[in-house]
Write a protein that binds this ligand. Structure first.
Ligand code: FES
Length: 157
């Protein structure tokens, strides 16, 4: 979908700024908001680039730098911590050869940490894009990542 088509879905009101930014980011191949995106939003809402930049940089769900096709968010809050998320995280970092905030060279995954996902009954938990994965173990992490890689390879990504 063209960016101008996305903008036209929303009335030019500041109360729509988060919806617009989400929509633009969700339609970005690299899962981020470019400076051009922010300028388009500022123009659409008849406000300044700095005010839009302020909103986009405040919320952790927005990225102002290119990311991978899939965003992994692993919970580091207390319930998941007690349930062993550190072992899961270490295995994930080992498999992907990534530090927090980094993207795999093939641009398939970006690894992020997050506060509670609201899925404590599934601890330790993570999301990949909008899918929740819970009761994670080092073994299950390897299987999940392998599934994404297999799917990507079959789609020729
Ligand atoms: S503490 Fe991890 S989902 Fe709530």
């Amino acid at each position: 979908m063209k960016k101008t088509d996305i903008l036209e879905k929303y009335l030019p009101r500041m109360e729509n700024v988060l919806l617009i930014l989400h929509d633009l980011q969700n339609n970005s191949r690299m899962n981020y908001l470019s400076e051009k995106d922010l300028s388009l939003v500022a123009h659409h809402l008849n406000t300044t680039l700095s005010s839009i930049y302020g909103v986009a940089s405040y919320y952790s769900m927005f990225s102002l730098t290119p990311r991978g096709a899939h965003i992994i968010r692993i919970c580091r809050s207390p319930v998941c911590h007690c349930a062993g998320v550190d072992d899961v995280f270490n295995e994930l970092a080992r498999i992907l050869k990534l530090d927090v905030g980094a993207t795999t060279p093939d641009r398939l995954f970006t690894l992020e940490t997050t506060e509670c996902l609201g899925q404590c009954d599934l601890a330790p938990a993570m999301t990949i894009d909008h899918v929740v994965y819970g009761k994670l173990t080092a073994a299950s992490i390897a299987t999940i990542i392998a599934q994404y890689r297999k799917k990507s390879a079959s789609q020729g990504d």
